[in-house]
Design a protein around this ligand. Structure first.
Ligand SMILES: C[S@@+](CC[C@H](N)C(=O)[O-])C[C@H]1O[C@@H](n2cnc3c(N)ncnc32)[C@H](O)[C@@H]1O
Length: 215
């Protein structure tokens, strides 16, 4: 695994973006939580919404590969920062470079994906990783689009929940305040949920239904 992490970190963009990685000691940071949960839950399907250069889909794709049960990652990203995800051939080659071949990319927003037959075919999701547009409204939409499709032991992870800083990732003229934390603070009030913050680096929050449990 350590070799795989070192190979991943050859691409500088995969060493940043708020997951608490450190290159010197081949440390995935929060990525170990993503990887560990995926190995524990063994999802047949995981969903990732949004990624700059693929850190979360790569880590989850690797975990599902290592599970050896044919698991697949559904990755939704309309490539709003730049053109990185726009060419299907380049997208497959990018994941394959790291030995990950079980990520299926959809070049669209969550709103568009929710209108597709692929969305309607989903069930029993073991993991849903939310890291798309970080407004409160979009975080709620992303969460609500998938939460009812979780398997009994499924978990939702929401990234960028440590603070509400201003982001200029879509350009200086499109600066906006990240408000996923505000949405997560509302989930904390829901007695049917277990909500657990890990406020390291940009932070991730784990959400699980209280009545849920392994089958
Ligand atoms: C800034 S990146 C997240 C960075 C992340 N922390 C990482 O490690 O890569 C957010 C991504 O969400 C995508 N995105 C924006 N709006 C979206 C939407 N409505 N549905 C799905 N993805 C969206 C963008 O294209 C972008 O690639």
């Amino acid at each position: 695994m350590e070799n795989w992490v070192s190979r991943l970190f050859e691409l500088p963009a995969l060493t940043k973006w708020g997951h608490g990685q450190s290159v010197e000691d081949a440390n995935l940071g929060l990525g170990w939580i993503y990887y560990g949960l995926a190995r524990l839950i063994r999802p047949t399907t995981a969903v990732v919404i949004g990624s700059y250069r693929g850190f979360a889909p790569l880590v989850l794709g690797k975990a599902l590969t290592d599970n050896r049960n044919g698991g697949q990652v559904i990755f939704i990203d309309p490539s709003m920062i730049d053109d990185f995800w726009k060419d299907p051939g380049n997208v497959s080659a990018h994941f394959a470079r790291f030995g990950v071949t079980n990520v299926k990319h959809f070049l669209m927003t969550t709103q568009q994906f929710a209108q597709t037959a692929d969305y309607r075919s989903l069930s029993q999701l073991g993991l849903v990783f939310v890291d798309g547009y970080h407004s409160e409204e979009q975080a709620r939409f992303d969460y609500e689009t998938f939460q009812h499709l979780l398997s009994p032991d499924g978990v939702v992870l929401l990234h960028d929940t440590a603070n509400c800083e201003v982001s200029r990732v879509y350009g200086h003229d499109r600066a906006y305040q990240r408000r996923v934390k505000v949405f997560v603070d509302q989930l904390q009030q829901d007695a049917t949920l277990q909500v657990f913050d890990l406020p390291f680096d940009q932070g991730v929050t784990l959400v699980r239904k209280r009545s849920a449990g392994p089958e």
